[in-house]
Design a protein around this ligand. Structure first.
Ligand code: ATP
Ligand code: MG
Length: 254
C-alpha cells in the first residue's frame, strides 16, 4: 500500500532522515516513536511532500509520489489525511463549514461536501455540534473537528503527528478513543506519531522506533516493548515498567 525506500533528508549539515525505509499495509496502524528531534515529523511530512526529501522512493498504491508533478501531487494529497498537533481551524466558521471548506474549495458540490462532512463529524461524535464555532468547543472537540476534516476525504492513508500533544490530559482520552475506533475500522492505513504508550500498546499493529533519522527497531508491541533489541526499545520498556510499577504502588499505598 505504502512503500518508502531509502528516504534521505538533510537540513544544512544536519541529517534529519537517514536511509529510512518503511512499508505499511492496507488498513494497518503503525505507531512511529522515538526521541525528540529524531526525525518523526520530517519523515511523515515527506510522504505527501510537505517536506521535499533529497532522495528516496515513496510509492502509495500505484502512485510514485516523488515523480508526480504538482497537479497530480495535489490529487494524491486528497487521498492522504493529515492531523497535526495544532488543529488550525478557522475561528469565524462553524464546525460544519470548517470540515466542508477544503472540499468546496477543491471544486466539490456543496451538497456532496455537506453530506461527507456530516458523515465524518458523526464518526468523531460531533454530529450535535455542527453549528458551533471553534471558540465554543473544548480542545478535544476542536481536535476531533480536525480529524473529521481529514476523514471527510475518505483517505487511503492517515498521517497523525502528535495529535494529542497540545491537549489538556483530561481531553486526550476522547481523541485517543476516536483514533482507536478509526484504527479498528481499518478503512485507512495509519501512521501515528505519538508519545502515548498505552495507546501504542493497545492499538498499534506495528511499532516503529526511530533514532537519528533511522529505523532502529520494528515489530509488534508485544515484541518491541517486551524483548527490545535497540537501545531506544530498552528505554521504552523501562518506561513502561516504571509507569506500571509506580501506578500499582500508588494505588496500593492509598
Ligand atoms: N525546516 C527545518 N530546517 C532545519 N532543520 C529542521 C527543519 N525541520 C526539522 N529540522 C531538524 O531536523 C531534526 C528532526 O526534526 P523533526 O521535527 O522531524 O523531529 P521529531 O522527531 O518530530 O521531534 P519531536 O518529537 O520533538 O517533534 C531536528 O534536529 C530538527 O531541528
Ligand atoms: Mg515532531
Amino acid at each position: 500500500m505504502l512503500s518508502i525506500q531509502n528516504l534521505f533528508k538533510r537540513f544544512g549539515n544536519l541529517i534529519a532522515i537517514n536511509e529510512f525505509s518503511l512499508t505499511v499495509n492496507k488498513g494497518e496502524t503503525v505507531v512511529l516513536m522515538g526521541p525528540s528531534g529524531c526525525g518523526k515529523s520530517t519523515t511523515i511530512r515527506t510522504i505527501n511532500r510537505l517536506v521535499e526529501p533529497d532522495r528516496g522512493s515513496i510509492l502509495l498504491n500505484e502512485h510514485d509520489i516523488m515523480a508526480l508533478d504538482i497537479d497530480s501531487l495535489n490529487q494524491v494529497r486528497k487521498r492522504i489525511g493529515f492531523v497535526f498537533q495544532h488543529f488550525n481551524l478557522i475561528g469565524r466558521l462553524t464546525t460544519l463549514e470548517n470540515v466542508m471548506l477544503g472540499m468546496v474549495m477543491g471544486g466539490m458540490q456543496r451538497e456532496i461536501a455537506r453530506d461527507k462532512a456530516i458523515g465524518a463529524l458523526t464518526k468523531v461524535g460531533l454530529e450535535t455540534h455542527l453549528e458551533h464555532k471553534p471558540g465554543e468547543l473544548s480542545g478535544g472537540q476542536q481536535q476531533r473537528v480536525g480529524i473529521a476534516r481529514a476523514l471527510a476525504y475518505e483517505p487511503e492513508l492517515m498521517l497523525w503527528d502528535e495529535p494529542t500533544a497540545s491537549l489538556d490530559p483530561i481531553l486526550v482520552r476522547e481523541v485517543l478513543v476516536v483514533m482507536e475506533e478509526l484504527a479498528r475500522d481499518r478503512a485507512s492505513s495509519m501512521i501515528v506519531v505519538t508519545h502515548e504508550l498505552p495507546f501504542a500498546l493497545r492499538v498499534a499493529d506495528r511499532i516503529v522506533l526511530m533514532d537519528k533519522g533511522q529505523v532502529v527497531e520494528e515489530g509488534k508491541p508485544s515484541q518491541v516493548f517486551v524483548n527490545p533489541i535497540s537501545e531506544i526499545g530498552r528505554k521504552y520498556k523501562e518506561l513502561i515498567e516504571y509507569q506500571m510499577n509506580t501506578s500499582a504502588q500508588s494505588l496500593a499505598g492509598n
